[in-house]
Design a protein around this ligand. Structure first.
Ligand code: MN3
Length: 200
């Protein structure tokens, strides 16, 4: 089945004032839809057309050579954004909870040290991309990916990600990406991060 943009799990204005309603409309309805449309177009007629997005992204090098870039960018965009909507929630945010809280403290020393590292990964990503908390074979790590590359394609399980493409923040924060990254902590859905951590 072709990929589809999932509905937002909350209203478009639910993340105000941290993430504005206009950005959510454009980001979800236009940007995410474009990734879905282009991923479907790239996969159409190939044996990968009915595979899950996770399957496609973990096997990029097995795809037809002339499809790999389009799929990396657009199936990656679909997957990353599908996670991103669920990684945020209204009436959420604050410090980590549950098992991930202990794992973060063990790995990074403290929640504040983790937040500083995650923010730096997002602020220092040159151009467009993402900052992530991932689980790989050695444990938790903060990484950054360019464009729409997914941690999945590097063999890591994404647990929390923040989109630092300008389309994610420019209407409200203009050039102040670090302010957007600070605001992001107010909408992090730690329940979902814990779900991903348990499944990783
Ligand atoms: Mn985006």
């Amino acid at each position: 089945m072709a990929f589809e943009v999932p509905d937002l799990p909350y209203a478009y204005d639910a993340l105000e004032p941290y993430i504005d309603e206009t950005t959510m409309h454009l980001h979800h309805d236009k940007h995410h839809q474009a990734y879905v449309d282009k991923a479907n177009a790239a996969l159409e007629g190939t044996e990968w057309a009915d595979r899950s997005v996770e399957d496609v992204l973990t096997n990029l090098s097995s795809l037809p050579g002339d499809k790999q870039t389009a799929v990396r960018n657009n199936a990656g965009g679909h997957y990353n954004h599908s996670l991103f909507w669920k990684m945020m929630a209204p009436n959420a945010g604050g410090d980590p909870t549950g098992d991930i809280a202990a794992a973060i403290s063990d790995t990074f020393g403290s929640c504040d040290d983790f937040k500083a590292q995650f923010k730096a990964a997002g602020a220092n990503r040159f151009g467009s991309g993402w900052a992530w908390l991932v689980k790989d074979s050695s444990g938790l790590a903060v990484v950054s990916t360019p464009n729409q590359d997914s941690p999945l394609s590097d063999g890591s399980a994404p647990l929390l990600g923040v989109d630092v493409w300008e389309h994610a923040y420019y209407l409200k924060y203009q050039n102040k990406r670090p302010e957007y990254l600070d605001a992001f902590w107010n909408v992090v859905n730690w329940d979902y991060v814990n779900e991903l951590y348990a499944a990783a």
